[in-house]
Design a protein around this ligand. Structure first.
Ligand code: DAH
Length: 387
């Protein structure tokens, strides 16, 4: 009996060695088999128990159990060690170097390497999309080449309405040549041909045609005007239209929404004022102005003078962003005109709406103190790389 117990105790050292040498989980399972498996060393010893007295069997059994417990302990410690090794090896072999900088290209000019990024207007557009989607708005899109109906007619610009003159645009020539482009003496729209949309308000109609109220939408996008280009007017610019249609919508709802929006965008309370404004598709209609952040509402801004004029020398010039007025129109808005609701097949007695048209370019100009709208489309890296 003593021999058997000694044999069992001797197994412990061998097992410890074999376990220490096991290189992976498979080798470890093999070791377990060698000692406690059907043909294992311990099993071999236990087969000899038959010749012993019950007491002696008890003694050997105890030693066998002690060995098994020790073996389990060694196996699980080794297992944990192997798992850890496996993961640290994975960290080596499957390492992704996320710190790698994107490929750089050389900018035209003197300033050396420059890495591209998202245009400042798109940056602000995305920020606004986040704000609006967090308030339950969906983002909808519409075509840039529109028909007269969606750009004007359905928005309550009657065929001969002078408000069409405020939004002159570029027309495509109809097949056969008989479009407005062929007859610029008349401001009357013609059913033939298409136009480059003058505003994103077109999407009000497209949304009402395809979605069921109640609804809240925003429609960011590019718009075009036949424009006398200057520091605050471009032929191609960006707007974000917004509209809520529900059973009860008030000017109070609209104002709250606009105030929340501007506070979020500028990260501080912005001074605003509301003036009556005329747009055929809203009644009442408003112009929401904000205090010019480029000149701080003074209408004048300080311009640096050449170094020869001495350190810190500057001169006051009229602020071109707000045309010296201290205020910038950013947000025309109003309650959706009953005729617009009717043109989308809604009953104005049942449904009401509020809408606004955010000028993205002007907003970005305010955010960054940009003094000339023409910078956005100029494709100048010197300008773009500041944002
Ligand atoms: N679409 C108008 C424009 O581009 C702006 C506008 C005014 C949009 C009033 C609106 C609104 O939704 O309610 O001049």
């Amino acid at each position: 009996m003593a021999d058997l117990i000694a044999e069992i105790q001797a197994l412990e050292g061998k097992a410890a060695q074999a376990i220490a040498a096991a290189a992976d989980a498979e080798a470890l399972a093999q070791v377990a088999q060698e000692f406690t498996g059907k043909k294992g060393a311990l099993t071999g010893i236990m087969k000899q128990l038959a010749s012993l007295t019950p007491e002696q069997r008890g003694e050997v059994g105890k030693a066998a159990n002690a060995f098994k417990a020790k073996l389990d302990e060694l196996l699980s410690a080794k297992e944990a060690q192997l798992t850890e090794l496996k993961f640290s090896a994975l960290a080596e072999t499957e390492f992704l170097d996320l710190s790698v900088t994107p490929p750089q290209f050389s900018a035209v000019g003197k300033t050396g390497d420059y890495c591209g990024h998202i245009h400042p207007i798109t940056q602000t557009q995305r920020r606004l999309e986040q704000i609006f989607t967090s308030m339950g708005f969906s983002i909808v899109d519409g075509p840039q080449v529109e028909d007269d109906y969606h750009n004007f007619g359905a928005l309550n610009f009657t065929d001969d309405h002078p408000a069409r003159d405020m939004q002159d645009t570029f027309y495509t020539q109809a097949q056969g040549g008989a479009g407005p482009a062929a007859d610029r003496t008349s401001s009357l729209p013609q059913a033939t041909g298409h136009l480059l949309r003058t505003h994103t308000s077109t999407v009000q109609i497209r949304a009402l045609e395809s979605m069921k109220p109640p609804l809240r939408i925003i429609a960011p996008g590019r718009v075009f005007r036949y424009e006398e280009v200057d520091a605050s007017h471009e032929h191609t610019f960006y707007q974000m239209e917004g509209m809520i249609v529900d059973r009860k919508v008030s000017v109070g709802n609209l104002l709250h929404l606009m105030q929340t929006l501007l506070t979020e965008v500028f990260g501080k309370q912005v001074d605003v004022r509301l003036r009556p404004g005329y747009f055929p598709f809203v009644e009442p209609g408003f112009e929401l102005d904000m205090k010019c952040l480029v000149c701080n509402g003074r209408g004048l801004r300080e311009d640096g003078l050449p170094a020869s004029a001495g350190p810190g020398a500057s001169v006051l010039r009229g602020c071109s962003v707000c045309k010296h007025s201290g205020w910038v129109e950013v947000l025309p808005c109003g309650l959706v005109h009953p005729n617009v609701l009717r043109s989308a097949g809604l009953d104005p007695a049942e449904w009401q709406g509020a809408a606004f048209g955010l000028g993205l370019n002007r907003l970005v100009m305010m955010q960054h103190g940009i003094e000339d709208i023409r910078h956005f489309m100029a494709g100048k890296l010197e300008f773009l790389r500041q944002f």
